[in-house]
Design a protein around this ligand. Structure first.
Ligand code: 5AD
Ligand code: SF4
Length: 494
């Protein structure tokens, strides 16, 4: 009999990808996905530890399951990912009905762990080594990369996919739990990455997003003294037939090298979009965060991005209320957001994480209300900047990869068969427009007519599909210049 699997995922794109891979592997073991938790034989939570709030959400979801598990003791409950690796036995202390605790580096063992619970009824713990507990090679091995065959049906969309190019992080920013829950930085073999991209393209995937905690730190030692970097990896996968867009997230400011920016400029399928978290605009705070750069360095890096990649869109992350952040230091972050022209920024209130340097060294001395106020203030500044950025695009024709019906309005235009669709430009701007549902998965040209801080609104200029010809030239290049990626000024449409 087919067994049913329910999986809930919180956190970053890395977790979304991990869940996709877990489902793929369990499908091959006879499981079928259900969206009803009460119908499932195996209930999994893929968790995040970056902020306390994300953990609380999971513990309350587990609490809600307690009586269900009491009534159906044969159902298996598993906690996967970052919180599993961080809390270890504590997960079962807080939620004794959990059968499996499986860290980020042990996910490939999941089918075996489930079988073991079925066989013995005993709880199973699968965790990687603590970074302070063993030698680097041993720890690295215990965080084995988990990239088995993909399951296309678990992707956010059939024509978009994440591809992991590295795991772990070696930066040790003082506030961040990631280096301990995702282990040492390890880059994947370029040929494995290229093969996965080819497989995804064969399955109809058009856009791939390369993933790494610090994706631009990618380096693969080929053994003969040569070191392959992200710029070269992009070159290697660029000509994969069928792939039309390549993105990569998340970047570390100090590793934004010129060769990478040259690759982004020169390779037409690589999106001119860079997510480069600044975290703060104040040097004292950056120092306590151990970000390894100053606000001046960040500004120079940004200038280099804009100079080397004309039309590039940059987005950022900020933490407000980090230990010792004064009103003056917060104002430095406000100044940076005002000046930098970010497309958007994700803003987070500092959340102390046990096990991090910041939690050991510095008191969490900014009051919650102050964190809240600073969060709102910085967001308001960013929204004004985003609105300006968006308004400047009114009148332009942009290429949009259509992702699906927009969330807000599945409203059908009476009789015309049109639906409100949403998609993204090469610069990662969200565009909403009316069109036929069959455009989903296609790249179309849209004339931008209106803008809010979050969305561009427009109309389809032509339904002619925009894409790449086998020779790498864009099929819609009006001026015959492959590689020209900046959005064009609107031409009259006949
Ligand atoms: N508190 C708040 N935000 C954090 N981030 C990472 N750790 C913390 C923390 N302890 C934010 C950073 C990072 C994003 C993914 O999450 O801004 O870039
Ligand atoms: Fe965390 Fe810093 Fe690594 Fe990003 S670079 S994952 S913030 S330690």
């Amino acid at each position: 009999m087919t067994k049913r699997l329910y999986i809930e995922t919180v956190g970053c794109q890395m977790n979304v990808l991990d869940s996709e891979l877990v489902v793929g592997s369990l499908r091959r073991h006879g499981y079928e996905l259900t969206h009803e938790v009460t119908e499932a034989d195996v209930i999994l939570f893929n968790t995040c530890s970056v902020r306390q709030h994300a953990e609380e959400k999971i513990y309350s979801a587990l609490g809600r399951l307690r009586s269900h598990k009491q009534r159906h003791p044969s159902k298996i409950v598993g906690v996967l990912g970052c919180m599993a690796q961080k809390d270890q036995e504590l997960v079962r202390k807080r939620a004794p009905h959990v059968d499996i605790v499986c860290g980020t580096g042990q996910l490939s063992r999941l089918p075996e762990l489930i079988a073991e619970v079925e066989r013995t009824g005993l709880p199973q713990l699968a965790l990687s080594l603590d970074r302070a507990e063993a030698s680097r090679p041993e720890v690295e091995q215990s965080f084995e990369s988990y990239d088995p065959l993909r399951d296309p049906s678990m992707r956010p969309s059939p024509f978009q996919a994440y591809v992991r190019i590295m795991i772990g992080c070696d930066k040790f920013c003082t506030y961040c739990i990631v280096p301990s829950v995702r282990g040492p930085e390890q880059s994947r073999h370029p040929e494995h990455i290229a093969a996965e991209v080819r497989q995804l393209a064969d399955e109809g995937c058009k856009e791939i997003t390369l993933l790494g905690q610090t994706v631009n730190s990618y380096k693969y030692d080929s053994g003969d003294g040569r070191r392959l970097r992200l710029s070269e990896l992009l070159g290697r996968i660029h000509d994969t037939t069928g792939i039309e867009r390549i993105k990569f997230i998340t970047n570390f400011p100090k590793d934004m090298t010129d060769d990478l920016l040259d690759a982004v400029r020169e390779l037409p399928k690589v999106c001119p979009y860079l997510h480069v978290p600044a975290q703060s605009g104040c040097n004292d705070v950056l120092k306590r965060m151990k970000r390894l750069y100053t606000a001046e360095y960040y500004r120079d890096m940004l200038a280099r991005c804009r100079e080397n990649v004309p039309g590039v869109a940059v987005s950022s992350d900020f933490i407000v209320g980090f230990c010792g952040e004064t009103e003056e230091s917060f104002q430095r972050s406000c100044d940076l957001v005002r000046e930098a022209g970010f497309k958007n920024s994700f803003i987070f209130k500092y959340s102390p994480r046990p096990g991090t340097k910041a939690d050991d060294l510095y008191p969490d001395d900014v009051a919650e209300e102050v964190k809240k106020r600073r969060n709102n203030d910085l967001l308001a500044i960013q929204n004004a900047v985003s609105l300006q950025d968006h308004r400047a695009r009114i009148g332009q024709i942009v290429e949009v990869l259509v992702e699906g019906p927009s969330k807000a309005a599945l409203k059908r235009d009476s009789g015309s068969g049109l639906v409100q669709l949403t998609g993204r430009t090469m610069t990662d701007h969200i565009v909403v427009f009316e069109g036929n549902e069959r455009l989903v998965g296609q790249t179309v040209e849209v004339m931008v007519q209106e803008a809010t801080a979050f969305t561009l609104f427009g109309t389809v200029v032509t339904e002619k599909r925009v894409g790449f010809l086998p020779d790498g030239h864009r099929s819609s290049d009006r001026d015959g210049q492959p590689g020209k990626k900046t959005d064009r000024v609107a031409l009259p449409v006949i």
